[in-house]
Ligand binder design. Sequence first.
Ligand code: ATP
Ligand code: MG
Length: 191
Amino acid sequence: MGGTFDPIHHGHLVAASEVAHHFDLDEVVFVPTGQPWQKAEKTVSAPEDRYLMTVIATASNPRFSVSRVDIDRPGPTYTIDTLRDVGAAYGPGVELYFITGADALAQILSWRDVEELFTIAHFVGCTRPGHTLQDPGLPDGKVSLIEIPALSISSSECRERVADGQPIWYLVPDGIVQYINKRGLYQDGNH
Ligand code: ATP
Ligand code: MG
């Protein structure tokens, strides 16, 4: 599951858990992006902060892990590189699923090397509140759409709430509230 995770929240974790259950996956690897090319205009928190929050949020689940491939690779993050690097780390024979939100899935055809993407991984698009799923004209059998119990949580809203002094308890894991406070993230409202 790729994402900016700025910060990781319970929407991400529920989506990962639901997809893992649905497809009987052995593991969900969370991959925080390096510099997300879709978000180049915006200020994104330091990769190391986003990586550590992802580790904190997933630490208690034995089936969740975190990969540094995207934050350690210089330059903007492209999903094709993420899939190649994660695939290489697990060796031949690994069956890859790329979990993404419905909003991101809608942009999928604009991604680089889209044909090759579908040969490397099965794509899973999660519904999220406010995004209706439409068939974006993707190849048959390469993409599954999964309904996730509605969780109207986004990282942007969490950042805005922190900047406004509103609580984010229960939108994100407790350790993430504490990490954000400790590091003083999102206080300036520049997000
Ligand atoms: P932002 O508000 O900054 O765009 P975000 O909440 O969308 O952040 P990302 O890190 O961009 O978080 O999301 C990573 C992936 O998780 C994306 O594919 C996104 O669509 C999906 N996702 C985010 N929030 C939810 C949610 N509440 N339910 C299901 N999927 C989600
Ligand atoms: Mg998003």
